[in-house]
Design a protein around this ligand. Structure first.
Ligand SMILES: [Zn+2]
Length: 431
């Protein structure tokens, strides 16, 4: 019997509505008790004085790059980056090589994760074969192999009839369809948000309408089919408003937003830093504010990193040719803590957006600190400041807009299934 006592912290557990001082006793991988002043002399102790103790974070949107692009990231390195960021589970996107459109690939990812990753890994399977938007993937077989959702992320299903069929079939397997909503015919060769910043940079613009057009279409198709639509990485005020309105009339829609779209506007791109190039692009200040408001009022459910590792040689090129995307697992908590300090979110709302809400979106186990639940727990120091150096991080890649920045808020310890897998003073510990 193994026991751990997480002692002296402030427990923030949105699903149980619990905010207050308490100890957490873990036994054999599960939560045994949450209460103040627990005495357990035989237990391993994890000090949490001055810290928040919360359900482990769950990231709905990461790119682990394995199989096929292990020079950018693999399941082991991405898993270590995840636990260093407080994530006890991640959902990995299907745009690997080969694409995760076949149960053999889903099996491979799960096997590798079991052996090599300290975080739990839930594969998201492709909605269409080869992500080409032409032939639907075999959803039943993929779910049987362990897929938790469907997405052609990185691409958008442009054919509305195909999107309708994907949504219809997703109902049979009761799994969400996660959409990367960007109309390719509107994006064209746009690499930054269309507007004054693009003009100043002399770079081709990607209009906000490229996103809102597809969010509008997909909300209508979700309404038509009754399926669960999940909008990935919302970046525009228009999309937030459309989602808010659709929810109010009962459409089954959930949505996520990234730390970068919550905190950086397109002005961050004025220095031509390719680590500010994403898809969708960083948007206007008004869009950033709308995303923050959407998270605060519950229109957007989850914060997801869209962790997208790329090698140095790929990013150190002209802005127009660099691949879009940034890493984000190890900085997410510190970056979004700014929303609490600025009064946009209460601590409990922030924790919900990182843990219990994403668990509900993807229908995963856990997400709460209740007796009998898996002991996936994170200990956080909301005040601790640190300077982020990607070279000292666990991701194989370094493409972060926060490199060299001083951040406030630090993950102190991460526990997965009762095992201490990361401690800020000891590093990643398992496997
Ligand atoms: Zn995407």
């Amino acid at each position: 019997m193994s026991r751990m006592l997480i002692q002296g912290g402030r427990v923030l557990d949105p699903a149980c509505g619990h905010d207050g001082p308490a100890d957490v006793l873990v036994e054999d991988g599960r939560i045994l008790e949450v209460a103040p002043g627990i005495v357990a002399r035989d237990a391993e102790r994890l000090e949490a004085a001055g810290c928040w103790v919360a359900p482990g974070f769950v990231d709905l949107h990461v790119h682990l790059r394995e199989p096929g692009q292990e020079y950018k990231e693999d399941i082991a390195s991405g898993g270590r980056a995840a636990v260093a960021g407080g994530f006890t589970a991640v959902c990995c996107m299907a745009n690997t090589d080969p694409v995760n459109d076949d149960p053999s690939v889903t099996d491979y990812i799960r096997d590798r994760a079991r052996q090599d990753s300290p975080t739990r890994v839930y594969p998201v399977a492709a909605a269409t074969k080869g992500l080409d938007g032409q032939v639907m993937s075999e959803m039943v077989a993929l779910v049987q192999a362990g897929a938790v959702a469907f997405s052609d992320d990185g691409r958008t299903i442009m054919d509305s009839g195909m999107q309708r069929r994907v949504l219809e079939y997703s109902r049979l397997v009761e799994r969400p369809v996660m959409v990367h909503a960007e109309d390719r015919s509107l994006v064209r060769d746009g690499v930054v948000n269309e507007g004054p910043t693009a003009t100043r940079l002399g770079l081709p613009g990607n209009p906000a309408a490229a996103e809102t057009v597809h969010v509008a279409r997909d909300l209508l198709l979700a309404e038509l089919t009754g399926a669960h639509l999940h909008v990935a990485h919302v970046s525009t005020a228009g999309a937030v408003e459309l989602i808010r309105e659709a929810r109010s009339r009962g459409v089954h829609v959930t949505a996520e937003v990234t730390p970068h779209h919550l905190t950086l506007s397109d002005e961050a791109t004025l220095g031509f830093d390719t680590n500010t190039k994403m898809a969708p692009p960083l948007r206007s200040r008004e869009d950033v504010e709308a995303c923050r408001q959407g998270l605060a009022d519950g229109t957007l459910d989850a914060i997801a990193t869209d962790h997208a590792p790329h090698a140095v040689h790929e990013k150190e090129v002209e802005f127009t040719t660099a691949p879009p995307g940034v890493i984000g697992l190890e900085t997410a908590f510190a970056v979004v803590m700014e929303l609490v300090r600025s009064g946009c979110l209460r601590p409990m709302q922030l924790i919900a957006a990182l843990s219990s809400n994403p668990v509900q979106v993807a229908r995963l186990p856990g997400g709460l600190l209740k007796r009998g639940e898996p002991a996936d727990v994170v200990v956080l120091d909301p005040e601790r400041s640190w300077t982020y150096d990607p070279l000292k991080g666990y991701s194989k890649s370094r493409n972060s807009p926060w490199a060299g920045r001083e951040l406030v808020g630090r993950v102190v310890a991460t526990v997965v299934g009762g095992d201490l897998v990361y401690h800020v003073d000891r590093g990643a510990l398992l496997p």
